[in-house]
Write a protein that binds this ligand. Structure first.
Ligand code: BQF
Length: 292
């Protein structure tokens, strides 16, 4: 069994990007810039946005966080995004989700210029992904594909079973793996909570991608021998032995699944760090494709 070290791969990607940005600076150019928008007070969102800002700084990218009160109106938020769309020092814009209830997430996502939509959530980028055109792919799915590529895991003709159908992970990873391209070309099944017997599907997987948000849901007896397990879950479970009173576990019961897997991602340190690395990669791409 090989443990897939997402933290290590993410730091390799960051070094590669840092080198490219150093070269830009040496040539007297401005570095790429990312602006994150954080609305309201969600502790997890604050942690995510802080890590993203730190990651930018580590590689020499400009980073800014717009912290807005939850009382902000949808119109005000969209107007701020329009200003960022017109700001040439900003190559990537990310709106940290979830947004407060009174704001329509879809409207906000659609207000981000598709050329600065480094999260890949704008319908233009979603459409481009589905039809196999270049654009921005969502960061978590892009990170999963990058892990498979860097560990040289064969995907062509393999049965990828995706557990979960979110717009952020399930649907885009299914579309990425379905593409008739290198590092994809898989047979893809998406299954979800409406299934009578999810194990029926998970047992068929050559590559199982779990993104359902249920702690330790997938057990060893639900997968076949030799499976590649990609665990996207980030679930807090009570653990009184920890200082914080909880620990973070994935959607997969690691111990039992690792007994059967040929490759498996840990939580933490698996897919999570790759999400951030791909955000930086998308921002660099926005800069080279559409920047000054
Ligand atoms: C790790 C996210 C759910 C909802 C909104 C490293 C991250 C997480 C885990 C991280 C996530 C999850 C992010 C680890 C960004 C991934 O070591 O395991 C990094 O920062 N993520 C987000 O911005 O919004 C979310 C999950």
């Amino acid at each position: 069994m090989t443990l897939i070290d997402g933290k290590k791969v993410a730091s390799e990607i960051k070094s590669e990007l840092k080198k490219q940005i150093d070269e830009l600076l040496q040539a007297g150019k401005n570095p790429p810039g990312l602006t994150a928008i954080l609305v309201g007070e969600n502790p997890a969102s604050e942690i995510y946005v802080t890590s993203k800002g730190k990651a930018c700084e580590e590689i020499g990218m400009r980073s800014k966080t717009e912290k807005l009160p939850s009382s902000i109106s949808e119109e005000e938020l969209i107007s701020l995004i329009k200003n960022l769309n017109d700001d040439s020092s900003v190559n990537g814009i990310l709106v940290q989700l979830p947004l407060p209830k009174h704001i329509n997430e879809n409207k906000v996502i659609e207000s981000v210029s598709p050329q600065k939509d480094v999260d890949g959530f704008h319908p233009i980028n979603v459409g481009n992904l589905v039809i196999g055109k270049d654009g921005f792919a969502p960061c978590t799915p892009a990170g999963i594909q990058e892990l498979l590529r860097r560990y040289k895991i064969e995907t062509k003709g393999k049965h990828v079973v995706v557990l979960g159908r979110s717009n952020i992970v399930g649907k885009p990873i299914a579309n990425l793996m379905l593409q008739k391209k290198a590092d994809a070309n898989s047979i893809v099944t998406i299954c979800h909570s409406a299934a009578k017997d999810l194990a029926y599907y998970t047992k068929m997987a050559d590559i199982l991608i779990a993104a359902i948000g249920q702690p330790n849901f997938v057990k060893g007896d639900m997968v076949k021998e030799g499976v590649v397990v990609i665990d996207v879950g980030i679930n807090r479970v009570e653990d009184k032995s920890k200082a914080k009173g909880y620990r973070v576990v994935g959607d997969v019961e690691f111990e039992s699944a690792a007994q059967k897997a040929s490759y498996i991602t840990p939580v933490p340190g698996g897919v999570g760090p790759m999400t951030i690395a791909m955000l930086l990669k998308n921002t660099f791409k926005a800069y080279t494709m559409y920047g000054e």
